[in-house]
Design a protein around this ligand. Structure first.
Ligand code: BES
Ligand code: MN
Ligand code: ZN
Length: 495
């Protein structure tokens, strides 16, 4: 989709479709009232016919409005004006895009960004309009023989608002949307296609496309040499070799310390010998959602040419049972030197991550953020709306929280208290890889915290937010918006 921002007088805009928000009850919005005036009351007369009340989610096309150069109007129900906020705005934009994509208009002018959304400015409204439209228009049908989605006529969506946003806003929003779509594509691909070697190939393609990205891939032999015993304890059970994928984005000054993003890239999680039940096991193809978000974020940053340095590290492995798989009770030595007793082979994410987290020490990062679909307990605790955040550096956590709030890709902090560390005690090794049922997301983070003492670190558990189950099953691309926002702010203010 192509986007533009426009500010010209509405009655002079030639378009195949003008999209207008409609509140329930009295219309207070200036776009509506001025269009009603220009059309000589035609607009309100149409609405009085009763086909639309303005309730949330309603849509109605009207054709040939008098006095306007638009072929049609698309009304979007926005609900009660007083209750209209960020969520309503995003949903209205998604509804508009979805409705347009099923219609015949090739180009449309969306006036929803002119609605007032709390204190949100033109930059926020532009960004969210782009993200919402791209999110709604996304399809994934590369494995369907006959394309399930009809060819979409809509090619261009102009965003209309009285004042234009900052010059960089639109391009950044589009880059973020590309990053989200890339992450969704990767995570939606099945385990038989998207395995560690496939992810390494995707990284190679990024390196080729962007001069600013450089790639280094460590194979199992290289990891063996380094002593990444925890990572290998997971990958060795699979016929697909594990990879540590290291992408360096250099958009900042040569000597500026990078921010490291570390992603859990378990391309399929059967649980290993501690095998999972069959129901919904297919969803474990999304267990590389953290890795997908690193890919998406790097793509967005490279496209937007953000001026900072980023190291993206992906711990890519498949967790399978088999003759070479780790057994419960196995003890391995991590890259950090600490030993781990693997009491449950299904707690594999922390095993691949702990070695990747030790590995990134060599880049002397100013901050490290890891993303992982790490625990089912996170879904129990927080559901599907917010991701969990835990870490060792309150300013970093605050900055990420703020970025989440800005992008509506929200996160919630859980307590990383010392007391929980006791649950990881092992009779035979420095620690166990599980901490029991209580506080599962916290004890998983406690485990990681033992490998992140040398830098500022935050961990995002995205088990509940990286994908949607049910009839809309698929990847969401979260937390790419949050990460791009955070990095954009870091680039603007390197302190
Ligand atoms: N990938 C899963 C976590 C997960 C479960 C994400 C369900 C999304 C939906 C992870 O590797 C896992 O299996 N975790 C175990 C940990 C337990 C054995 C301590 C879990 O959550 O059950
Ligand atoms: Mn698991
Ligand atoms: Zn997993």
């Amino acid at each position: 989709m192509e986007f533009k921002t426009v500010t010209a007088a509405l009655e002079r805009i030639k378009t195949s479709c003008l999209v207008i928000g409609l509140y329930q009850g009295t219309q207070t919005d200036t776009v509506f009232t001025s269009l009603d005036t220009v059309t000589g009351g035609w607009l309100s007369k149409q609405i009085k016919r009763g086909d639309i009340t303005g309730a949330k989610g309603q849509t109605l096309y009207l054709y040939d409005p008098p006095g306007l150069k638009a072929e049609r109007l698309l009304l979007i129900g926005c609900g009660d004006a007083a209750a209209f906020g960020e969520r309503g705005y995003i949903e209205a934009n998604q509804t508009a895009a979805r409705t347009l994509s099923g219609g015949g208009a090739k180009q449309a002018v969306n006036t929803l960004p002119a609605l007032s959304v709390g204190q949100r400015d033109a930059d926020w409204k532009t960004t969210q309009a782009v993200l919402a439209a791209e999110y709604a228009l996304y399809t994934f049908d590369e494995f369907k023989t006959a394309s399930a989605s009809p060819k979409q006529a809509l090619k261009r969506l102009d965003l209309w608002m009285p004042e234009a946003p900052a010059a960089t806003t639109l391009a950044r929003a589009v880059a973020t949307a590309h990053g989200v779509a890339f992450a969704r594509d990767l995570a939606n691909r099945p385990g038989n296609v998207c395995h560690p070697t496939y992810l390494a190939k995707q990284a190679k393609a990024l390196e080729k496309r962007f001069d600013s990205i450089e790639l280094d891939v460590l194979d199992e032999a290289a990891m063996e040499k380094l002593g990444m015993g925890a990572f290998l304890a997971v990958s060795k059970g699979s016929a697909q070799p594990g990879k540590l994928i290291v992408m360096q984005y250099r958009g900042g000054e040569k000597n500026a310390k990078p921010i490291a993003l570390v992603g859990k890239g378990v391309t399929f999680d059967t649980g290993g010998i501690s095998i999972k039940p069959a129901a919904q096991m297919d969803e474990m193809k999304f267990d590389m959602g953290g890795a997908a978000s690193v890919f998406g974020t790097l793509l967005a940053c490279a496209e937007a040419k953000l001026e900072l340095n980023i190291v993206g590290v992906i711990a890519a492995a498949e967790n399978m049972p088999g003759g070479r798989a780790s057994r419960p009770g196995d003890i391995v030595k991590t890259l950090s030197g600490q030993s781990v007793e693997i009491l449950n082979t299904d707690a594999e994410g922390r095993l691949v991550l702990c070695d990747a987290l030790t590995y990134v020490e060599r880049f002397e990062p100013s901050a490290v953020v890891d993303m992982a679909t790490l625990t089912g307990a996170c879904i129990v605790a927080l559901g599907h709306e917010v991701s969990a955040i835990l870490g060792n550096h309150p300013p970093l956590i605050d900055a990420l929280k703020h970025a989440g709030q800005e992008t509506f890709d929200r996160i919630w902090e859980l307590p990383l208290l010392d007391e929980y560390q006791d649950q990881l005690k092992s009779n035979f090794a420095d620690m166990a890889n599980i901490g029991g049922r209580a506080g599962g997301t916290i004890t998983a983070a406690c485990f990681l915290s033992r490998f992140t003492k040398k830098y500022n670190w935050a961990h995002l558990d995205i088990a509940g937010t990286a994908w949607v189950s049910g009839d809309k099953k698929g990847a969401t691309g979260r937390p790419v918006p949050l990460l791009v926002e955070y990095l954009t702010r870091c680039a603007a203010d390197p302190s």
